[in-house]
Design a protein around this ligand. Structure first.
Ligand SMILES: [Zn+2]
Length: 225
């Protein structure tokens, strides 16, 4: 039987009309897949909020937070961290605990304003004195956007022990990862802020300072693997 040409044309029109929503659905599905892929492949944003980083503090950091007081732990919120500042305690042979006690004692003596977020001892122990979401009085003009690490040292040269250095690399790498910092630009000396000879050995020996930051970068690469 000969088909009515107008009915055939109608069927063709229907066939042409149908794929359109199907194509749209396919395109939408493809777009979703693409967006999902991009969101998975894009580098994860680091936890840049200091409060979140404080919550994630690893167990190898001993939290011995100072009693809140205006001289060493004023509880001023630290909104952003743009660098880690390294210091030496400048008092040869003293322990991390002794330096923490000095900061704690300022609450009573009120002799000066001083503190540090972290102190690393001669045996590599790491004490947190001021949470990383609070300002410590350590790095002058950069107190408001940095975290500070004070390191103990056995003698007048200010050189850190191998145990202290190992902990310093570990902690600095962890902080750089947590705050999304590059050790080339985001790890600085007190000297780089004020010109003060602190940390002394690493001001007098720039090659030792560069080696330290290279070790931090290496530790970050190893952590990423
Ligand atoms: Zn210093």
């Amino acid at each position: 039987m000969k088909q009515n040409p107008s009915r055939r044309a109608g069927k063709r029109a229907a066939r042409r009309a149908l794929p359109r929503p199907a194509l749209l659905a396919a395109a939408a599905a493809a777009l979703c897949v693409l967006l999902l892929a991009v969101s998975f492949l894009a580098p994860r944003r680091p936890d840049t909020l200091p409060g979140q980083v404080q919550q994630a503090m690893p167990s190898w950091v001993r939290q011995e937070l100072l009693t809140p007081n205006e001289y060493s732990r004023p509880q001023i919120p630290l909104e952003a961290v743009n660098a880690v500042v390294i210091h030496y305690v400048g008092n040869p042979g003293t322990s991390a605990e002794a330096n923490r006690s000095y900061f704690e004692g300022l609450a009573v003596s009120g002799e000066t304003y001083a503190s540090s977020n972290f102190i690393i001892g001669l045996d590599g122990e790491i004490i947190e004195c001021v949470p990383v979401d609070e300002v410590a009085y350590c790095s002058s003009d950069r107190n408001g956007d940095t975290v500070s690490i004070e390191v103990c040292h056995p003698d007048e040269t200010g050189q850190f022990t191998a145990a202290s250095m190992s902990s310093l690399v570990r902690l600095t790498a962890w902080l750089c990862e947590a705050f999304g910092l590059d050790p080339e630009t985001g790890v600085i000396r007190h000297y780089d802020v004020t010109g003060k000879e602190c940390p002394l050995y690493y001001v007098e020996h720039p090659e030792a300072w560069d080696a330290f930051r290279a070790d931090v970068a290496l530790a970050m690469e190893e952590d990423a693997q």
